[in-house]
Design a protein around this ligand. Structure first.
Ligand SMILES: Cc1cc2nc3c(=O)[nH]c(=O)nc-3n(C[C@H](O)[C@H](O)[C@H](O)COP(=O)(O)OP(=O)(O)OC[C@H]3O[C@@H](n4cnc5c(N)ncnc54)[C@H](O)[C@@H]3O)c2cc1C
Length: 385
């Protein structure tokens, strides 16, 4: 498969590179406040993104987007991954962030109520899957949705919900048939945040800048028509979002590796110890080459996987690779860069400590490496054993 980017995406990359280097990186320590971009930066950068024609690039044309697909989004994620200016889990200034769940699975009446307001920037949403007893093992959720006439009654608790405090509605995974579990017993239901019984219990402080929320659901009455897809499809639907997200991890990881290589190579040439620049020592050259090699290996994998997604192929297994390799290699690049910078790498004069903290966290969220490898092992044993 040809993994060279088409001309229009190469141009997109060049435009983005200039935008991020000239206008965003100079403000990267000042632009965010906790898990959010400061409003003045969001306003300015969104206006610039529109001017540059980088707006709703992957949203289908029928919804007013540019219809360029996931590969285009990969280019954007990769370039935005080079800076710490954006909160890592909410890095989007290129149009309102539409979940693939809303685009692919809503009925027309649901689209009017939930998709179009997101596209117009009037509403925000969050995905509520993780629970105290079910994270990596998402099939173990306990939140229940019990049918009562033409309503569901939802009870349970979710935690680590990104954007949970701001969301106007949640896409909540619930058990609708305990016996069936992940094979047809979990459903995905839209719950408006202002429904009685929905409560943001607390914001969770983290070692990054993220503040995901714990959300309680107590006897929450939701009309049956709020179900996404059919009853029992919830696990499959949530997996769609997670598969898409895994490509994001791969692309962001490449961006982090690129920035770390730029920083470390430049610093190694300037910094003199024991009478010679660091760059002349093999112990420093090798980690630089390691980062470079990882970029060369990761880019074709992530591009090819995104292209296959756009072509409608099943990318599940490659998406596992994109996720855990992108996170791990990104983290290793930040760690190598930190070591080369010595004490200066630990300071906030440089973005390295933030890249390091962010990438460490990415190795856990949206599926820890061990859980992805467990799923991939099933594929490997089936194909090769
Ligand atoms: C900042 C942040 C934002 C998040 N945003 C969201 C969100 O928006 N929506 C949402 O639903 N969730 C969200 N999450 C939840 C996140 O996806 C989970 O934390 C993640 O999936 C891991 O689940 P857990 O923390 O329960 O870890 P566990 O599943 O308890 O695993 C703990 C550790 O055990 C190991 N482990 C687990 N299973 C195995 C195994 N089978 N074999 C070997 N080792 C294993 C892994 O090393 C893992 O790190 C977020 C979390 C954070 C921290």
């Amino acid at each position: 498969m040809n993994i060279e980017l088409p001309e229009e995406l190469r141009m997109l990359r060049e435009t983005l590179r200039r935008f991020i280097d000239d206008e965003i990186i100079p403000h990267e320590r000042d632009s965010y406040d906790g898990p959010e971009l400061k409003p003045e930066y969001r306003e300015k950068w969104e206006a610039r993104a529109r001017e540059l024609g980088i707006w709703q690039i992957d949203v289908p044309e029928e919804y007013g987007g540019m219809g360029m697909g996931l590969l285009a989004r990969v280019v954007v994620w990769e370039e935005t991954g080079r800076t710490i200016a954006f909160p890592r889990r909410k890095a989007w200034i290129f149009g309102h962030d539409v979940s693939p769940i809303l685009l692919q699975f809503l009925r027309d009446d649901q689209k009017d109520k939930y998709l179009w307001p997101i596209l117009r920037g009037e509403k925000k949403t969050a995905i509520a899957q993780t629970e105290p007893d079910a994270g990596g093992d998402a099939a173990a959720i306990r939140t229940t949705a019990v049918r009562d006439g033409d309503h569901y009654i939802i009870n349970g608790m979710k935690r680590f919900i990104t954007g949970g405090g701001e969301a106007d509605f949640f896409k909540v995974t619930c058990v609708t048939d305990k016996e069936k579990g992940a094979r047809g017993g979990i459903s995905c239901i839209i719950v408006d945040a202002d429904t009685p019984g929905v409560e943001v219990l607390r914001r969770q402080e983290t070692m990054m800048d993220d503040q995901p929320c714990e959300i309680g659901f107590t006897d929450v009455r939701v009309p049956v028509e709020n179900i996404i897809g059919n009853e029992g499809d919830g696990f499959k639907i949530a997996q769609t979002w997670i598969t898409f997200g895994r490509i994001r991890h791969g692309a962001l990881g490449i961006g982090v590796m690129e920035r770390c290589l730029e920083l470390a190579a430049t610093y190694a040439k300037q910094r003199v110890t024991f009478g010679k620049p660091l760059a002349e020592r093999q112990a420093i050259q090798w980690p630089l080459v390691d980062i470079y090699s990882d970029i060369q290996l990761m880019r074709p994998l992530v591009y090819k996987t995104a292209q296959r997604y756009d072509d409608g192929e099943d990318i599940r297994y490659d998406s596992y690779l994109c996720k855990f390799l992108g996170d791990r290699k990104g983290y290793e690049a930040a760690d190598r860069c930190l070591q080369i910078f010595g004490g200066m790498g630990l300071t906030t004069d440089f973005p390295i400590e933030k890249l390091w903290r962010d990438m460490r966290s990415m190795m856990i969220t949206e599926g820890p490496e061990e859980v992805l490898k467990m799923a991939l092992a099933r594929h490997v044993l089936h194909e090769y054993g």
